[in-house]
Write a protein that binds this ligand. Structure first.
Ligand code: TDO
Length: 186
């Protein structure tokens, strides 16, 4: 397991080992003990999500659930290729409003750990791309929120993405009040 920090405190890139042989590969895509032994303690996960985006340039985001139903997400790409983005929206954080993006693909096997307190979104870079992610809280429709994808200066690599109606109507970052605040690490 390779563990890499990112410029946003708390956000990590995790790359599990792949054991290749004549059949293909085997990989432990999630193993709490491997991470704990490496000094990384993630909260418990209670829901796994899986979505397919048929068209290249499909953009889902930027999403969050408000506390007390905030979600941390461990994200990976099951098929195809996508650009995954986390935005720090913890009020008082030294990196408030900053974003980090990484390409996650079936090929590179990378995962992005995004704690609660961040917006999450992604754009697909291939047709028929699947995303799979573990969440630390259940879906709660009433706590579900979105911020406009094009209001944070993120370089998505597309100018006219395919969006949901909800994402097209999302408020701009500048018109939105974050429900998250920054807690200094103990
Ligand atoms: C997120 C979610 C949606 N749904 C339903 C609601 C709706 O009818 C349908 C599609 O929902 P959405 O349009 O919100 O799906 P989508 O745009 O893929 O939303 C997801 O985007 C990524 C970026 C995230 O980070 C996720 O947390 C989630 O917000 O699925 C659930 O039943 N459970 C869930 O956990």
């Amino acid at each position: 397991m390779q563990i890499e920090p990112t410029p946003l405190s708390g956000v990590l890139i995790l790359t599990p080992a792949r054991h290749g042989d004549a059949r293909g590969f085997f990989s432990e895509s999630w193993n709490r003990k491997t991470l704990t032994d490496a000094g990384v303690d993630l909260p418990d996960f209670v829901q796994d999500n899986h979505s397919l985006s048929s068209q290249v340039g499909t953009l889902r985001g930027l999403h969050y659930q408000s506390p007390p139903h905030a979600q941390g997400k461990l994200v990976r790409c099951g098929r195809g290729r996508l650009f995954d983005v986390a935005v720090d929206v913890r009020r008082g954080s030294p990196t408030y409003g900053q974003w980090f993006g990484a390409e996650l693909s079936f090929q590179n096997g990378r995962q992005l750990w995004i704690p609660a307190g961040f917006l999450h979104g992604f754009v697909t870079r291939e047709a028929d791309t699947e995303i799979v992610y573990k969440c630390t809280d259940h879906y709660d429709k009433a706590s579900d929120g979105a911020v406009a994808w094009d209001s944070l200066g993120i370089d998505w690599g597309v100018s006219e993405p395919l969006l949901s109606d909800k994402d097209r109507a999302a408020p701009a970052f500048g018109d939105w009040t974050s429900p998250f605040s920054f807690e200094e690490p103990a």
